[in-house]
Design a protein around this ligand. Structure first.
Ligand code: RIB
Length: 302
């Protein structure tokens, strides 16, 4: 089983010809609400990319939604993808997380988040999910829920002998000692630079990965967008070029990569094969609009 611990957002998406300047009003395209949130997107990607082999991976999500219409829709979307929702808590009197997203004509996005219920995911919720985490092979986390909860969950997962995957997004620094508990750290360049304590300008992916390995993470996989992926693994350093595609919307491309990679590992692929599956899925996702609306099923990739 794969357990994903993290955020669940409703994305409020507007297409714009270009990003507005401060004080400027622009006319956008059609407005859409699309299920998102880094945690939920990664859970959906794990589920859709797990394949139909014997013993196909089950995916469970640990997180919080509010008792509003968005919360009900977000839970239903996850259940619709076969994701176990027994440890998604509906919090009374709290708004579900939302992300306000502008997407420009080049497919680039700009995102502002109101965490809502995600900000109330607590160490107690993680403890309540211990039975579920005990069944996991791989536990996946991000940083859109409180840091003390993320750290608590990482420590619990490690103490139970689970493989821990951390996507340190959005960029934040981590308490000392946390990277030593992470088996696979999957940042983008900006997040990697922040964790390594250097400027992202001109930072070299190989040097960043080496610095993060030195800080304790066994394997570091840096996503570089159209430049591909740089992976510093036990077996050495590898660069995986990206597929060339026409990007419509890059929202959740990183989440799709992580889901494809984790699903690949869970189904017995080696790291290089799993990275390839993640890249293929992410390349597909940027050709479609939205977060969970853009995540492929395995059969759509081959
Ligand atoms: O990674 C993309 C996600 O970031 C969006 O779905 C949005 O909800 C934000 O969490």
């Amino acid at each position: 089983m794969i357990v994903v611990i993290g955020s669940i957002n409703m994305d409020l998406v507007l297409r714009v010809p270009r990003m507005p300047l401060p004080g400027e009003t622009l006319t956008g395209g059609a407005f859409r609400t699309i299920p998102g949130g880094k945690g939920a997107n990664q859970a959906v990607a794990c589920a859709r990319l797990s394949g139909k082999v014997a013993g196909a991976q089950q995916v469970a999500m640990v997180g919080c939604v509010g008792d509003d219409a968005f919360g009900a829709t977000l839970r239903a979307a996850l259940v619709g993808d076969g994701i176990i929702d027994s440890h998604i808590t509906t919090l009374p009197g709290v708004a579900s997380g939302i992300a306000s997203i502008l997407v420009d004509d080049h497919g680039q996005n700009s995102i502002v988040i109101a965490g809502g219920a995600n900000d109330l995911l607590s160490p107690a919720h993680i403890d309540a999910a211990q039975g579920l985490i005990e069944q996991a092979d791989i536990v996946v986390l991000q940083l859109e829920t409180p840091m003390d909860t993320v750290v608590h969950a990482i420590k619990l997962a490690r103490s139970l002998g689970k493989t821990v995957v951390l996507n340190p997004a959005p960029a934040a620094s981590l308490p000392d000692g946390v990277l030593e508990l992470v088996d696979y750290l999957i940042p983008n360049e900006i997040e990697a630079a922040m964790l390594a304590g250097v400027s992202p300008d001109g930072a070299d992916a190989k040097a960043l990965a080496a610095a993060l390995q030195k800080l304790g993470s066994d394997n570091v996989i840096i996503t570089l967008g159209s430049k591909g992926v740089h992976a510093a693994l036990y077996g050495g350093d590898f660069t995986f070029p990206a597929e060339v595609v026409q990007a419509v919307d890059t929202t959740a491309a990183g989440d799709t990569f992580i889901g494809g990679f984790v699903a690949g590992l869970a189904s017995g692929m080696d790291e290089a094969e799993a990275i390839g599956q993640g890249q293929r899925a992410a390349a597909w996702s940027v050709t479609k609009p939205g977060a969970q609306t853009s995540i492929p099923h395995l059969h759509e990739l081959f």
